[in-house]
Ligand binder design. Structure first.
Ligand code: AGP
Length: 615
């Protein structure tokens, strides 16, 4: 989950690394550090807390050199203090390492190294790596850095992304990826090279990038890079030209990335449709999915598996695919999927949804599905990510980089991808009439305008946020296609405002949770004009009758609901199968403004990281 940056070239590495880390801080912000080769010696600066503390440290005690690595940490082993911050330098002072992942056999390795005389300076599992490299690189040893790194890595259990360099070989940086602990991106410059755990860190310098697969290592010099497997076989990775705009990774006029990303949804929805929807011919085009009519007809079941917000998108996807394509869909939390011995075979398509494409649980679910012979599809935002690479077919989200830890635009884009997939499957399987297909496709055209209309209501949402800012709890109720909207609204609120929030299927209220309702419990009832409207209207009345503070989300022009509402969130009239794309927008804005009013760090909420690359 940590962020990693590396640079080798003619320029000063320090500002390049600090800037890169700034763009990766969403990956972890427990501590940060850099190591730079200055006049032949490794200089380390590191501190607990956010990157700003490291930046002040470097201001007061500068370090300059043409080669360096940096790290932002999301702590697993050892407190988030300065001593446990990366980089970790060895006892000789000749080798330095940053690491993302968990050394599962850390205790065993530490005992072995202690017996050999190693002295540990931190409580981290990562420190064993630097001692292992030093063990092989020792003075008088014939073994060079690359071989020492390979030998060291052969001892590690678990999943890792590792970057290291040595003052003994000051012309190179070595990095490796083992398993699914997060990506290693190689950035190609002119006479300089970059490394990062995520593309936004280096996007301002280069758009030419290559990606390490599991059990591969890369050696970076100023002139270029070479990749080999951990067994020493040379590999020629493909170099991609990344279309992402570096400006998209900047906050611009907005206070937080989350706010900017909420507002980018009009554009990301427009781009999601571009080139994929033939409005005149009434057809959907998803070439990256590699789906043939034979395959579409062979599939008997789809299992959508994902984590967090992405799993809520999957729940909406179930309603869409079952309704439009008449194909059974199960939704499974990725962290549960592989431990249940799921019933999956060659007639099952396992579809993952993931912003990062690097979530460890999602990747493990994919591996399990692959082992069982399923067809693997993915809807992923980060180009070149592991999920995208190991899929048989993929839909690339067209949202651009998402930096805020709370996912927003990478929630609505896959909803539209799933809608398009449902139409495509219905078309290929012959379960969708032409008239309905034309109608469903025509509805897509309205989407960017409707999202824009929902965003224009922001000033009204701010007033609701002001009214709810001091609440301790909040209940979100939804039903049918908007039941996942309730889950998603509650997740947004809890993760950035630390207010206890529950999303609940409205029909389940009477089976227990209704007991919670009193004046101190705001109840957000998602009641747009969809097939469940009457049932949701009755929820609004019930919540009012029980004395709750009722905040319905209603469609513009609704005449019935206002009489029972303490506050209202309005959305424009939307075709019901697309309504989750629009109903979530006021809920994203509400969570954002409540957290901002509480003065919280919206983009970097406590204990969280953007890509969850540990189990
Ligand atoms: C969303 O706001 C969360 N921070 C989180 O639930 C996220 O959606 C989840 O970790 C899955 O991430 P992915 O989409 O990168 O796989």
């Amino acid at each position: 989950m940590c962020g990693i940056v590396g640079y080798i070239g003619p320029r000063d590495a320090t500002p390049i690394i600090l800037n890169g880390l700034r763009r990766l801080e969403y990956r972890g912000y427990d501590s940060a550090g850099i190591a730079v080769l200055q006049d032949g010696e490794i200089q380390v600066r590191r501190d607990a807390g956010k990157l700003s503390r490291l930046a002040s440290l470097v201001d007061g005690d500068p370090v300059h050199g043409n080669l360096g690595i940096g790290h932002t940490r999301w702590a697993t082993h050892g407190e988030p203090n300065a001593r446990n911050a990366h980089p970790h330098i060895g006892m000789t002072g000749d080798v330095v390492v940053v690491h993302n992942g968990i050394v599962e056999n850390f205790l065993e390795l530490r005992d072995e190294l202690l017996a050999e005389g190693a002295v540990f300076k931190s409580e981290t599992d990562s420190e064993v790596i630097v001692h292992l490299v030093e063990r092989y690189l020792g003075t008088g040893s014939e073994i060079g850095l690359v071989e020492a790194a390979r030998l060291a890595l052969s001892h590690l259990r678990g999943a890792h992304a590792i970057v290291l360099f040595s003052s003994l070989e000051p012309d190179k940086i070595v990095a490796a990826r083992i398993g699914n602990a997060g990506g290693v991106v190689i950035g190609l410059g002119e006479g300089e090279m970059y490394l990062a755990s995520d593309m936004p860190a280096i996007l301002e310098h280069t758009r030419k990038m290559a990606f390490l697969e599991s059990r591969q290592m890369v050696v970076l010099t100023r002139q270029g890079f070479s990749v080999q497997t951990l067994d020493g076989a040379p590999v020629q990775p493909e170099v991609h030209s990344i279309a992402w705009d570096p400006v998209a990774a900047e906050k611009g006029e907005y206070r937080h990335f989350m706010q900017k990303e909420i507002h980018e949804q009009v554009r990301s929805l427009t781009e999601t449709l571009a080139g994929r929807v033939d409005f005149e011919g009434g057809r959907i085009n998803l070439p990256g999915l590699n789906i043939t009519p034979e395959l579409a007809r062979r599939i008997k079941k789809i299992i959508i598996t994902a984590c967090g917000t992405a799993s809520h998108a999957g729940m909406v996807g179930k309603v869409l695919i079952e309704n439009i394509a008449r194909l059974p869909v199960e939704v499974d939390i990725a962290s549960e999927f592989r431990y249940r011995d799921p019933l999956v075979g060659p007639d099952t398509a396992v579809l993952v949804v993931s912003q990062s494409g690097e979530t460890a649980d999602t990747l493990a679910a994919m591996e399990e599905a692959r082992r069982k012979g399923a067809v693997l599809w993915s809807i992923v935002n980060v180009i070149g990510s592991q999920a995208m690479r190991i899929s048989d077919g993929a839909i690339s989200m067209q949202t651009g980089p998402e930096i805020g830890v709370a996912s927003t635009k990478a929630y609505t884009a896959p909803l539209v991808d799933l809608y398009m997939l449902a139409i495509l499957l219905g078309d290929l399987r012959g379960t969708l009439s032409e008239a309905r297909r034309m109608e469903l496709i025509a509805d897509l055209r309205k989407l960017p305008r409707l999202a824009g209309a929902a965003l224009e209501r922001e000033p009204e949402v701010i007033k609701v946020a002001q009214a709810l800012v001091n609440t301790q709890h909040c209940l979100y109720l939804g039903r049918g296609i908007n039941m996942p909207t309730a889950y998603e609204g509650a997740l947004k609120l809890k993760e950035i405002s630390y207010i206890h929030a529950e999303g609940y299927p409205a029909g389940e209220m009477k089976h227990g949770p209704i007991a919670l309702i009193d004046r101190s419990m705001p109840v957000i009832v998602i009641a747009p004009r969809d097939p469940w409207y009457e049932k949701m209207f009755s929820q609004v009345q019930q919540a009012k009758a029980r004395g709750g503070l009722v905040v319905p989300l209603a469609t513009d022009g609704d005449q019935l609901i206002p009489a029972f509402a303490d506050h209202i969130l309005w959305v424009p009239e939307t075709p019901w199968l697309l309504s989750p794309v629009i109903t979530v927008i006021p809920l994203q804005l509400l969570a954002y403004h409540i957290a901002a009013l509480r003065g919280l760090d919206v983009d970097q909420p406590r204990n969280l990281a953007k890509s969850v690359t540990v189990e």
